[in-house]
Design a protein around this ligand. Structure first.
Ligand code: IPM
Ligand code: MN
Length: 369
């Protein structure tokens, strides 16, 4: 008997749970396409878990539990009626990204065939690139201070840490992606930063950029992040693989999500390419409290009807990205096609969540039969 894959599943909160259930149902229907059995272990990390224990971060016990799995699938976290926004994001998401050294955040920007483009004259041919967002340092190291708090002289200071090793390993990953994508005759990497202003933090970025320019059969370019934002909208076809600082990447990948069909289709792979720790896959979107709660008599009440407006495709596509990283390309492709069939459906916007999940499952079952 082959050893089964073991996947830790963190549904999280609100619609994180909804889309996780959806993705797992579709993943079940894709089982016939796997080369090995796969076991899910659900872990209840989210608002209630933190409240019950009075914690603000996952501790060593939780991390150790997670580390025992091959991969992690995460729905979305955050419930503003229970915990102040920011706590779970830092205590779960950033904690896992950093503790497991998931130094690449892979966010493809690929407009599928048959999905309307928001850019005039730019379709699936033009919108097809990958953003490799630095995922372990930059402005996300959480180092800083508030000076003279509460006075007119208050100053908030947040440090941006960019290490040579950090940029280099990210760029190496991007190089591999660019060569494997084979989208262009000469694979192309754009380094995106803000060297004209962030003169200290840019030092390692420039050093790695210069080193990469010496590589054979690789086109290596640099772009300031403000220009990059503009170029993504005017000439997206010039991009193949992009390497970008953590915070800049956070911002630009939301724009990327819109280019490829909306935030409901965008996926995020938090990857540790060394395999020393599991990687973690998630939709880019959050828990959508507005599609979960409704205010009645000043109270937040869950409304299951609102939930039907939620789109499960980003979660399904994130699960597929996880399978692809595991080498299960056939099952990944089948799940991707099932999600895309929903998105391409002319009635997509009006279809209830349950129907979308049904359709995706039925499509996979038909294929497997
Ligand atoms: C994302 C999110 C996170 C980030 C937040 C929730 C911490 O916006 O994954 O893009 O900033 O990385
Ligand atoms: Mn973000």
């Amino acid at each position: 008997m082959t050893e089964p894959y073991s996947v830790a599943v963190i549904p999280g909160d609100l619609n994180g749970i909804t889309v996780t259930n959806a993705a797992l149902a579709v993943a079940d229907a894709a089982r016939p396409f796997l080369t090995r059995p796969l076991v899910h272990t659900q872990l209840p990390y989210g608002a209630d878990y933190f409240l019950e224990r009075g914690i603000t971060q996952l501790g060593p016990a939780e991390l150790e539990k997670l580390a025992r799995h091959d991969q992690i699938f995460l729905g979305a976290i955050g419930d503003p009626t229970k915990i102040k926004p920011g706590v779970l994001e830092i205590g779960i998401l950033l904690k896992v990204r950093q503790a497991f050294d998931q130094y690449v955040n892979l966010r493809p920007v690929v407009l599928p065939q048959g999905v309307p483009s928001v850019l005039v004259g730019k379709g699936p041919e033009e919108i097809n690139f990958e953003i490799c967002r630095e995922n372990s340092e930059g402005l996300y190291v959480g180092i800083g201070r508030v000076e003279n708090a509460g006075t007119e002289d208050e100053v908030g200071i947040q440090e941006m840490h960019c290490s040579y090793r950090g940029v280099k390993r990210l760029a190496e990953f991007a190089e591999q992606r660019a060569r494997a994508r084979k989208r262009r005759e000469t694979p192309t990497i754009h380094f995106v930063f803000k060297t004209n202003v962030l003169t200290y933090a840019s030092s390692p970025w420039l050093k790695v950029f210069e080193e990469f320019q010496g590589k054979p059969d690789l086109s290596v370019k640099y772009m300031h992040v403000d220009n990059f934002g503009m170029q993504m909208l005017t000439h997206p076809e010039q991009f193949d693989v992009v390497v970008i600082e953590n915070m800049f990447g956070d911002i630009m990948t939301d724009i990327g999500a819109v280019l490829q069909g909306g935030i409901g289709t965008a996926v995020s792979g938090n990857i540790n390419p060394t395999g020393a720790y599991p990687s973690m896959f998630e939709p880019v979107h959050g828990t959508a409290p507005d599609k979960w709660y409704e205010k009645r008599d000043g109270m937040w009440v869950h409304n299951p009807e609102l939930m039907q407006q939620m789109r499960p495709e980003a979660a399904i596509l994130a699960y597929a990205m996880m399978l692809e990283q595991m080498g299960e390309v056939r099952a990944a492709e089948k799940m991707t096609q099932a999600a895309l069939a929903n998105i391409r459906n002319p009635g997509y916007g009006q279809m209830p969540l349950d129907t979308l999940v049904e359709n995706a499952c039925r499509a996979l079952e038909r294929e497997a039969a």
